[in-house]
Design a protein around this ligand. Structure first.
Ligand code: FEO
Length: 391
């Protein structure tokens, strides 16, 4: 529990045990499920946390309320990392009324069997007075689900932003940011955005425009720090990512069966290093694959203007882990990238052509035919300097 202001308390939890967020994305630095209490003449709880933290969560709330009842549970977002404990909270605080929008109602019924008379339905823009302060609800569909809304508290310039402006990474002793917090979380914020919300660039842009007129002094997201000091940096990063804007640099992503495609990838990385071109390199397969796997590769594809993909030919096609990466880019509607493909084959080369075809489908600028080489990687077969010249 942490006091954020005279009316707002953080009562969420850190998850340091989960290995894969959404069953898919590695979280080596953990994740926080943030929940907030607003204590006024009425008491509102904003979002809950993932299941498995029932006792800790209830104790956090009790530490603030000391037996006082909760009047409202505001459900900004129904993904179960925030809504798992809705039924549990109703059991423990049967007097509370759930505050949600119309799109949330069937999800509450479907996940929790919540009776309609326990739900107060709010329209887009509608307000709820807690006494000396007000909660004002704004729909932000597809940031990250269609029912998602944010809650604005004008008296403290506070935006309870659901997943928006969230990040992977557990929070330390103090949830409120300070100078340097943004840089500390920057990479994990990009990974969170690109992995989880990355498909929804256009809705994020619409939400940023819709909320642009608010004088925001504090952002209380459902994941990561409470932003006060770093709001311009955080908003600018979300704006940049949702526009699919990038920095100059090369994201090398590859998979390798017997080390030949990997050798070409390493040689290219060394060449870029010698030329002072920023790059990242991700091995998606085998014992040397990075702990972030495709999650880290997607992050860096959102960072850099050039994507270089290496795949051996496998079953007359693209090596499956590499194909998964390409499909992930397509699903996220990544656009405006330069693209180059390479890879080894033994008797018939197919992967490079197929990678280029996928890249063309995505509207990438394909930089030449790529480098498809037979059997072992050698410097004679693979003119790495010529490839680097293209990039
Ligand atoms: Fe953190 Fe979309 O849930």
């Amino acid at each position: 529990m942490e006091k954020i202001s005279n009316r707002i308390y953080s009562v969420g939890v850190n998850d340091q045990d989960k290995v894969l967020f959404e069953g898919l994305w590695p979280i080596p630095y953990g994740v926080s499920y943030n929940s907030y209490l607003v204590v006024d003449e009425k008491v509102a709880l904003i979002d809950t946390v993932e299941c498995g933290f029932e006792e800790e969560y209830l104790a956090n709330i009790e530490e603030v309320l000391g037996g006082r009842k909760i009047d409202y549970l505001v459900v900004n977002h129904m993904e179960p990392d925030h809504s798992s404990l809705v039924s549990y909270m109703l059991e423990n605080h049967p007097e509370l009324v759930i505050v949600a929008n119309a799109k949330t109602v069937p999800m509450l019924k479907g996940y929790h069997g919540t009776p309609e008379d326990k739900i107060k339905v709010m329209a887009d823009g509608e307000s709820l007075s807690l006494g000396s302060c007000t909660l004002n609800f704004h729909m932000v569909p597809m940031v990250h689900w269609p029912e998602t809304m944010v809650t604005w508290m004008p008296e403290e310039g506070t935006l309870f932003s659901a997943d928006a402006f969230g990040t992977f990474g557990a929070v330390g002793d103090g949830i409120v940011d300070s100078e340097g917090t943004f840089e500390e979380y920057r990479d994990e914020m990009i990974r969170y955005y690109s992995n989880i919300v990355g498909k929804y660039g256009a809705p994020v842009q619409q939400a940023l425009k819709k909320l642009g007129g608010l004088d925001i002094k504090r952002v209380c997201s459902t994941h990561g720090p409470v932003w006060e000091t770093n709001i311009p940096q955080v908003v600018a990063l979300y704006d940049k990512l949702s526009r699919y804007e990038v920095d100059r640099g090369v994201c090398i992503v590859y998979g390798s069966m017997y080390g030949n495609t990997a050798a070409a990838a390493d040689a290219l990385a060394m060449e870029l290093e010698s030329r002072g071109i920023p790059y990242a390199i991700h091995d998606l397969a085998g014992n040397n694959a990075g702990e972030l796997g495709v999650s880290g590769a997607i992050r860096d594809a959102f960072k850099y203007d050039t994507i270089v993909v290496g795949s051996p030919t496998y079953n007359n096609g693209i090596f499956p882990p590499v194909e998964t990466f390409m499909r992930a880019l397509k699903a996220r509607q990544v656009k405006g990238r330069r693209f180059y493909a390479f890879g080894s084959y033994t008797w018939a080369g197919a992967s490079v052509k197929q990678l280029n075809a996928l890249a063309t489908e995505m509207g990438f600028e394909v930089l030449g035919d790529g480098m498809s080489f037979a059997q072992a990687y050698t410097r004679e077969k693979c003119d790495i300097a010529a490839v680097a010249d293209l990039l």
